[in-house]
Design a protein around this ligand. Structure first.
Ligand code: SF4
Ligand code: SF4
Length: 115
């Protein structure tokens, strides 16, 4: 999720996928920043955001109502998969539209630059 475009009225990706990342991103590691109390062990070298490793995922850090108004309460300290996840109107990311469809939301239309 990003803070631009449709993300603030969406949040679907935060409630569709397991959000896993290297343990060194979490607090407790020397350069960690993701609050470790919001993570859980997933693999010997990986953590995931609590709430995302289940059949009906929803990240514990997601606030608000999906498709209405949402926010990430650890936005500035979110893990790398969240930073790398591009909204469908900002680039090519079929997983954005797939997540939106899962929650009954229409795909985004890519923004075209005006020459
Ligand atoms: S599914 Fe796409 S539009 Fe929705 S919050 Fe995630 S990146 Fe943004
Ligand atoms: S950490 Fe934030 S951006 Fe990442 S899945 Fe959770 S709510 Fe979404």
């Amino acid at each position: 999720m990003s803070t631009v475009s449709a993300c603030l009225t969406c949040g679907a990706c935060c409630a569709s996928y397991r959000v896993s990342f290297y343990w060194g991103e979490a607090t407790g590691a020397p350069a960690g920043y993701v609050p470790s109390e919001l993570t859980e062990n997933f693999h010997p070298h990986l953590l995931c955001m609590q709430g995302t490793n289940q059949p009906q995922p929803r990240c514990v850090a997601l606030q608000g109502e999906i498709g209405q108004q949402v926010g990430c309460r650890i936005y500035s300290n979110r893990p790398s998969p969240c930073r790398d996840f591009v909204a469908g109107d900002e680039g090519i990311n079929p997983y954005c539209d797939k997540a939106r469809a899962r929650h009954g939301l229409a795909p985004l239309i890519p923004i075209k630059e005006v020459a």
